[in-house]
Every structure is written in C-alpha cells, then in structure tokens.
Design a protein around this ligand. Structure first.
Ligand code: ZN
Ligand code: ZN
Length: 344
C-alpha cells in the first residue's frame, strides 16, 4: 500500500509499504478515506520529535472498516473516525476517564516516544483497541466533516471546556490557526457571548471575524490593552492559548479577569517558563495545560458537527492526493496552506 513516510528532517516520501495486519483480537484495519496533515506533524517534520526513517506519519483520519479482530464489535464496511491518540479503555487512567493518560496509550505516526504506532497517512491503518479508539460516523455526516473530531476540533473543544467556558462567557483566543478557529467555534457552541480572536495574520483574523469573533491584530495593536478596554478594564472570563510558548501564555495571564481560567493548548518546545506567581496569586487564576482527552469529548463534538453548530471544514485550504503528500507538507510548512487534506 502507499503510505507517507518520514525520511529525514524536512523530507517525507510516499512509498510502498506492507499492508497492516490484525495483531490482536481487539484490532481493526481501517481503509483510510481522508487523512490530514496536522500542525503537530510539523514537529516531526522539523526534527523536534524523533521519527525513524521509513516510519509512517499521520494521526488524523477517517475510513471504512476493512477487517476486525475477533473481539471487536465493529463490522466490515462501517464508516469511522479515529482518535489521534489511543487508549486501552481498561487501565486505571482509562477507568477514571483520563484516556489521554492511558498507561499503554500511543499516538498514531508520532515516533518511538509516543508508542511507535504506524501512522494513518496511508491507504490502510491498524487501530489497536478499535472499540475504544474509533467512533462510527453518523450516516448524515460526510467523512471530511467528521475528520477533525479525532484531533484538532476536539482538542480545541476540550481546552474550551477546561477553561470553564459556558453560557454568557467572554473568551479570548490567542492564535487563529486551525485549532484557534476550532476554539472560537467551540466557545460559541458552548454559549460564549463575546469571543475575541487575536492573531498577527489578517487572513486568519478574517476567518475568525466571519464566525462572529471580535478580532484584534497583535501586530498593529497591544492585545492586552485592547482586551482590557473591551471588558471595562476587567479582562475576560477565559483565555485559550493556541500558539504555544511562554510569550503568549504570559499574555493570557495579563488579559484574564480575576478568578478566570486559562487553558493552554498550543504545543511548545519550551521546557519551562517563568510562572507569574504573584499575578496568579492576586488574580486567583486557574491555569491548565495538558494533552487533549479526545475520548472524553468526541461524542459531543461529533454531535455539534452533525447538527451544524460547528463546521470544521472551513479551515481546509487544500485537498490533495495522498501521493502528493510531500508537496502538501511543503505547502503546510510554509503556511501557504492552512490545512491540507490527503485523499488516498
Ligand atoms: Zn494533531
Ligand atoms: Zn488505558
């Protein structure tokens, strides 16, 4: 089968690789119908996260069940969306509902640190614990609409939930890449009445504005001053940091109101940062950072997409054949493409 393989830093290639086989009775083999290049794939592409040459990339995918182990309840021919990280469903963390902390969890196509599980930018993917890590796509939902519930949509939605956004909330979203755009839609779907979108790129802010967010261009204005001016000097109930890194996390502390919540969802290469202890103490801020718990929220996001409350497909800029993946990575890495879908 054809698969997108990591070759070297800045280089992927579509090569013939062996088709996956059922290894455990809980496995399923999925014939991939849609897969995406994720912002986090660029960490592999840049060599920030180690990959072995020849490893298959990718962790956002939908497909059709091709084959199943003897103990799954899934049936050949069913349409499914995969969660980007896997969970066993049985360990202590999974029993607590903390699927992202599963003791045997892995991330598809994310190298040896994340469980050496083959990726899903391929014609077929093996899914361990298939009953836990796949969701049926509702009949009235296209694969492409369901695709991001397995990663970026539910990642953003989970952060918005973690920041306690609800009916009437005011929310600032720092960073309007695909995850930030999903966070805007999630906040509105959960009842937020004022959403402020901050970015440096006008075209991203344009999309944010079309969703109903008040936009702030951080390259031409001081975003903290703007947020305070728009909230009577108080700050917002919640901030979603969707860039990654100390600088934007510290901005979040500046613009959150006393008693407010910050959820950081951007992936950062920084190991530490200088935590604003006194500010956090005086403002009684709750700061949360952690990997996304897709399994906790995916049923809710699938329903929000099915009922039209969220349209995740608006971030797609390029649809390409799987065989053109190397070009897709280049376009995505250079920001010519905002989101690339690969079609096997
Ligand atoms: Zn991802
Ligand atoms: Zn587990």
């Amino acid at each position: 089968m054809k698969a997108v393989t990591f070759q070297d830093i800045g280089s992927v290639a579509v090569l013939e690789t062996p088709e996956p086989e059922i290894l455990e009775s809980t496995d399923a083999i999925v014939r991939v119908t849609r897969c995406a290049i994720c912002g986090s794939d660029l960490h592999l592409y840049h060599g920030d996260i180690p990959m072995m040459p020849g490893d298959t990339c990718g962790h956002e995918f939908t497909g059709i069940i091709e084959d199943t182990g003897s103990s799954t309840t899934l049936k050949r021919g069913q349409r499914v969306v995969g969660t980007f990280h896997t969970a066993c469903g049985a360990c202590n963390a999974c029993q607590r509902g903390e699927y992202h902390l599963c003791s045997s969890g892995a991330v598809f196509g994310y190298g040896p640190i994340y469980g050496s599980l083959n990726g899903s930018q391929a014609e077929f993917a093996r899914v361990p614990h298939a009953d836990v890590n796949l969701r049926l796509i509702p009949d009235d939902l296209a694969d492409e609409a369901a695709l991001f519930t397995g990663d970026i949509l539910t990642t953003a939605f989970g952060a918005v939930k973690n920041a306690k956004v609800g009916v009437g909330s005011s929310v600032a979203i720092i960073g309007c890449g695909p995850v930030g755009i999903m966070a805007i839609q999630s906040a509105l779907a959960l009842g937020a009445t004022r959403v402020y979108a901050i970015d440096l790129l006008e075209e991203r802010l344009h999309l944010a504005s079309s969703l109903g967010a008040v936009t702030i261009n951080g390259s031409s204005t001081d975003p903290v001053g703007q947020i305070l001016a728009l909230t009577n000097g108080e700050g917002v109930d919640a901030v979603i940091e969707a860039v990654g890194g100390p600088r934007t996390i510290l901005l979040a502390f500046e613009m959150v109101r006393p008693g407010g919540h910050i959820a950081a969802v951007g992936i950062t290469a920084a190991q530490t940062f200088e935590y604003p202890l006194m500010q956090s103490l005086m403002k009684d801020v709750t700061f949360r950072i952690g990997l996304a718990n897709i399994h906790r929220d995916i049923d809710q996001t699938l329903e929000l997409v099915r009922t039209g409350k969220i349209d995740p497909t608006i971030v797609i800029s390029h649809r390409m054949a799987l065989s053109d993946a190397a070009e897709g990575y280049k376009l995505f890495d250079s920001r010519v493409a905002s989101k690339v879908i690969l079609i096997p």
